[in-house]
Design a protein. Structure first.
Length: 156
């Protein structure tokens, strides 16, 4: 899922190369610009919204990376019993419920700092941002061709 791709480098720890952290910092800056523009945040709204939104994102990222690491570590259907797989599925579904509750809690908090129209629009604008980033990735990497990040195309 793209959400996993769009996680900021802070949640990743120090095992990722500096290039990854640079890309994540650029993506985060682009998210700020995109959301601020699309939500038409005033300076006053932005001052109140961004600390709250950043807190929400940090908690969301922590949940997503915890789920990813658990799946990576524990997922081996060939070696697991039916009961273990059932427990894993229940854990995944519980995590999704917790993620939805986190979003609900923070959107309620955001209603205290933004007009309801902007809070409601936020959900759609986040999806638009993910689509925007997917399009950028797609445009920068044609299928079947190696990525040449930061390099010039080969000469004939």
């Amino acid at each position: 899922m793209l959400g996993m791709l769009l996680i900021t480098g802070a949640a990743m720890g120090q095992n990722e190369p500096p290039r990854f952290h640079d890309a994540m910092a650029k993506m985060k800056a682009e998210r700020v610009s995109f959301l601020t523009d699309k939500l038409e945040l005033t300076v006053t709204e932005a001052e109140k919204f961004w600390p709250l939104y950043n807190e929400y994102q940090a908690k969301r990222e922590e949940m997503m990376w915890g789920k990813r690491e658990k799946m990576k570590k524990d997922f081996d259907p060939e070696q697991q019993t039916e009961e273990e797989m059932s427990n894993m599925l229940n854990d995944i579904l519980d995590q999704e419920v917790k993620s939805a509750q986190l979003k609900k809690d923070y959107f309620i908090k955001m209603k205290a700092v933004l007009p309801i129209r902007k809070v409601l629009t936020l959900h759609r604008v986040e999806q638009d941002f993910m689509n925007h980033m997917l399009n950028k990735i797609r445009d920068n990497h044609a299928p079947g061709q190696p990525k040449n990040i930061g390099s010039k195309p080969p000469r004939d």
